[in-house]
Design a binder for this molecule. Sequence first.
Ligand code: FAD
Length: 305
Amino acid sequence: MQWSEPLHFAEMKVVTPGTLAEALALLQEHGGQARPLAGATDAMVRVKEGQWRVPLWVQVRRLPELNRVEVADGQVTVGAAVPYGRMLGHEGLRRSAPLLLQAVREIGAVQIQAMGTLGGNLGTASPAGDGLCALAALEAEVQLLSAGAERWVPMDRFLLGPGRTGRRPDELIGAVRFAAQPSEERSLWQKLGLRGAQAIAIVSLAMRLRPGAVPGSVSLARLAYGAAGPTVLRARKCEAMLEQVGELDPARIRGISQMAWKEVLPISDVRASAEYRQQMACALLQRGLMRLLRPGEEVCRHERV
Ligand SMILES: Cc1cc2nc3c(=O)[nH]c(=O)nc-3n(C[C@H](O)[C@H](O)[C@H](O)COP(=O)(O)OP(=O)(O)OC[C@H]3O[C@@H](n4cnc5c(N)ncnc54)[C@H](O)[C@@H]3O)c2cc1C
């Protein structure tokens, strides 16, 4: 085991275990006093701002078990320490996980994408985490590893609140897995921010729709909102309505979208009021449904976001 130089800030003590077993042993031994570190894009900021005081960081980004990307038998597995930049260049992910890659493409800019990871996005558990939102719509499961044990937890049991997860201090996020998106599925990532890039979402929406037997209908709808509640939220009532209503003409699309405000629980903060977020939750859903189901049809001017 090799002790690396402290990172930029004197109080950050980082140890780099050589193997997964060593990393898990360190987390077990130090309990809540040690925390995993991957790309450090969140950690550096939080440490600098004095929000996170962690006696020992366990650097896990080079562990091979956390760096795999597998697309096989209709299932996608992405290691927790795979940097976003590598995901974006992965041909199998482009085919099988277009929704996730749409979201990842908008995370930070190239520097953040070179270092940032899904494990870090999950670990920080921000309600505005872009990766989390796509993973919730994909109904992903999170692999939690501890010394001698492994468990897979669905997103809605992993994310418990702002900055709160179901991970125990002795556990490491190993990977996420989800079913590959079939070719007939259409998906869309929308992020409303105060500027076009490098912005924390005001509201975001990850959408998946699968066509139904009746033209213009859907057999499966999955909708996950970011920055619209204490954690990423699935809009389950809207999903059910979309799956049951039959053909989705513009009037039905508008009617269902207007129900979205009931599915979100936003707060007012420096970026937007809760009321604005509720309105935008409806507008993003309407715009997304029109784009995916009725491309080329104009959304009325006053309905644009
Ligand atoms: C300029 C800038 C722009 C950004 N833009 C965006 C954006 O557009 N969208 C967005 O969602 N985020 C954004 N972020 C936040 C950040 O980049 C992401 O959350 C990123 O995914 C964090 O990954 P990381 O590997 O750097 O995490 P780290 O900083 O290394 O870790 C973050 C947290 O996750 C934990 N952790 C990391 N890996 C594991 C693991 N394997 N197991 C258990 N816990 C783990 C750590 O203990 C820590 O608590 C931005 C950050 C910056 C500085």
